[in-house]
Design a protein around this ligand. Structure first.
Ligand code: GLA
Length: 690
């Protein structure tokens, strides 16, 4: 809401305000990001010295007369180069436009025909503010956009600013780490063409003292699945800005005369309720405003990859499906190895027709069998890729990213198709549409198993655009397939969790969290994942013991209880599970189905007591506690686990009927009744007594 006679606006959410002002130099400055302010309080911000507030849009002051501060050379989230070589912006404020839940500030360059529009969008039920940037070339000559960050957020002064981030690698995604922010710029991002395992496009800033349940936290997440960077900068006076955008150094994008460049959403969130408060605000936002089918709970899935890898027949898939159905699985997904010459990872990618030896009568008989068992049918694809040993590559060797006179680096014997090319994007769409139209496929696991290398597009005079257009065309194909096949549900996978972000989640239904299915390793992966993304999208398989990747042996209940904290799935070789394991698995699947709406759609709170960790999910009157302990130390008894419950209420344990006082659960904790053995775990469902 604009304040009268000033150029100050307060972007209000239910609990927060983000206050910006256009200053005398026409720079948009961030004045406040924190608890909600009244109009009068927001106006008082204008009386504060402005030096701590770096501009979020506009030219850096060369010498700031008003404050006496010297030159500032902070990073600049918006950088362009005009056709005559000028590499400097002088933006004049034109107007603020309000409407449709959004507030946009329009600036135009004082000399060049460039219009810059920053847009803030809020929603009545969320403290998340979405920011985008739009650049419009109103002239005829091209403008080179060197950097166009979607948002630069200004965090108010903090004594010991701390950065939380999610780093990782294949098999160890979303590892949460918190570190003191050094002076200067800290940059995280991806140059791989995909979101990446190494960093997730999310950060949180706090004053070094926030806990899970209390303290102010400022957080941002970028909704983009290509290359990206988030720059956290601590200035000489300790002020912190967080700038998030697509692209990476040193690629630039050309904005032709008449063209518009719209950036992805960078979402910002402030909360006073600690890290778990921030996480649950992100979850609510994802469930209400990002996911395509928000209220829907995900089915229990079976995936055949770890059971068979490439070595299977249609008959093997049917036997697995029989076992999966008997255990209560609701969706059977056939993974890699069903198409072209794809009997190992050396051939066939790109040829999306059933392998004639394995499926002489096509996919029909298998799909019919799966549907006959009462399960939905899903299939694995990796559409952005090609094996050099494939009919597609033999026909179109120029369809992959490559540089003239340079070798084409293969990763897993595959190359990346140039999806930025409209003809390639059309081809991929047509093949998938054919597959989905000709077969009753309910679910697609869309994989992307290697990063870009030699990312060139010979013959194109603006080749850097491939970094942007690849992702845009991917989004367009997904959107079109979803529109034309409304029953279709999609899982995003990229060698496990390499493509998890709010951009892909806008058009998919769940993600494959990690190829590492070891339940012990998963606890940390899932905990990091849950800082941003809800359990409703977090695919979690129960696989064999010893785990194929880590060789760790973990009991079945522990494996189930860890996977039940997300979208439970089974991915073991059910042909070798004993009858007891099958029967216990079926019981645990049934338990999960009962608590699933609470887990997938409820509020998550992390729990910890000594060496016991867990999560609590709440929805309505139901509380679900999942807890795990690797090993007992020194024969000490297991600690009680304190819950986040109403001390004035009573809670009944669904399985035993035992009634607990909320006051005791909150101040002393719940006895989990864990066995003394290693890898003990529990799932306890509580109902609040009326
Ligand atoms: C990737 C995925 C796995 C599996 C294989 C198949 O690694 O992450 O889950 O689908 O590809 O090749």
């Amino acid at each position: 809401m604009p304040a009268p006679d000033t150029r100050l606006w307060s972007i209000d959410t239910p609990n927060t305000s983000y206050v910006v002002a256009v200053d005398d130099h026409d720079r948009l400055r961030g004045l406040h990001w924190g608890p909600r302010l009244s109009a009068e309080q927001a106006l008082a911000l204008l009386e504060l010295p402005e030096s701590p507030f770096r501009p979020v849009i506009g030219r850096e002051p060369r010498y700031d007369l008003s404050t006496g501060s010297a030159f500032q050379y902070g990073h600049n989230g918006l950088q362009v180069r005009f056709a005559d070589g000028t590499r400097d912006l002088e933006l004049a404020f034109t107007e603020a436009v309000e409407g449709d839940g959004a507030l946009a500030f329009v600036f135009t360059d004082r000399h060049y025909p460039l219009e810059v529009r920053t847009r803030y969008r809020t929603r009545p039920d969320s403290d998340v503010i979405e920011r985008t940037l739009e650049l419009r070339n109103r002239g005829t000559e091209p403008i080179e956009v060197v950097r166009a960050d979607s948002a630069t957020w200004v965090v108010p002064g903090l004594d010991e600013p701390r950065l939380s981030q999610l780093h990782g690698e294949w098999g160890a995604e979303t590892q949460l780490t918190r570190t003191t922010i050094p002076y200067g710029e800290t940059v995280i991002g991806s140059r791989r063409g995909v979101t990446g395992h190494q960093s997730n496009p999310w950060v949180a800033i706090d004053d070094g003292a926030a806990t899970e349940t209390a303290g102010p936290v400022w957080s941002t997440a970028l909704a983009w699945s290509g290359t990206w960077r988030i720059t956290v900068e601590k200035g000489p006076t300790g002020s912190v800005t967080v700038s998030a955008g697509f692209g990476h150094d040193p690629i630039a994008i050309r904005l032709d005369g008449g063209a518009t460049l719209e950036t992805p959403v960078a979402a910002g969130l402030h909360t006073a309720h600690g890290f778990a408060g921030a996480a649950s605000a992100w979850h609510d936002y994802a469930l209400a405003h990002v996911l395509p089918h928000p209220g829907e709970v995900r089915p229990v899935l079976y995936n055949s990859w770890e059971a068979t890898e490439f070595d299977f027949t249609a008959e093997d898939q049917m036997r697995l499906a029989d076992r999966a159905a008997a255990m209560g699985c609701e969706l059977f997904v056939m993974d890699d190895g069903w198409f072209g010459a794809r009997v190992n990872d050396r051939a066939g990618l790109g040829d999306w027709t059933p392998n004639p030896d394995r499926f002489p009568d096509g996919l029909g008989p298998l799909i019919k069998h799966v549907h006959g068992l009462g399960m939905r049918f899903g299939i694995w694809v990796e559409p952005e890729m090609v094996n050099p040993d494939s009919d597609l590559y033999r026909a179109h060797p120029d369809w992959v990213y490559h540089q003239p006179h340079r070798r084409r680096s293969e990763v897993r014997q595959q190359l990346v198709l140039n999806l930025a090319r409209p003809d390639v994007a059309d081809h991929i769409h047509a093949r998938l549409d054919e597959l989905l139209s000709g077969n009753e496929i309910d679910f697609v696991k869309w994989d992307m198993n290697r990063p870009f290398t030699e990312a060139g597009w010979p013959g194109n005079d603006d080749p850097d655009r491939l970094w942007f257009d690849h992702t845009r065309n991917l989004y367009a194909i997904l959107d079109r397939l979803r529109a034309d096949h409304p029953h279709l549900r999609i899982e995003s996978c990229s060698s496990g969790g390499g493509r998890v972000d709010f951009g892909i989640l806008r058009r998919t239904d769940q993600v494959w969290t990690s190829d590492n299915t070891d339940a012990v390793d998963r606890i940390a992966i899932q905990d990091g994942f849950a800082q941003v993304y809800p359990a409703r999208v977090m695919g979690a398989w129960v696989t064999d013991s010893p785990n194929p990747l880590t060789r760790r042996e973990v009991p079945l209940d522990f494996r189930f209880h860890v996977a039940m904290a997300g979208v439970l799935a089974v991915g073991g070789d059910l042909r070798i599970w004993s009858d007891d394991e099958q029967a216990r698995g079926a019981e645990l699947v049934a338990d999960y189905k009962r608590v699933r709406p609470t887990v997938q759609l409820g509020r998550r709170r992390p729990l910890r007591a000594g060496n016991v960790t867990g999560v609590q999910y709440d929805r309505g009157d139901t509380t679900v506690v999942l807890a795990w302990r690797r090993a007992r130390d020194f024969a000490y008894p297991d600690p009680l686990l304190k819950l986040h419950v109403d001390p004035d209420a009573r809670y009944r344990e669904v399985r035993t009927g035992r009634v607990h006082h909320g006051a005791i659960l909150a101040s002393h904790g719940l006895d989990l009744g864990l066995t003394p053995a290693d890898y003990a775990s529990a799932m306890i469902e509580l109902t609040r007594e009326p």
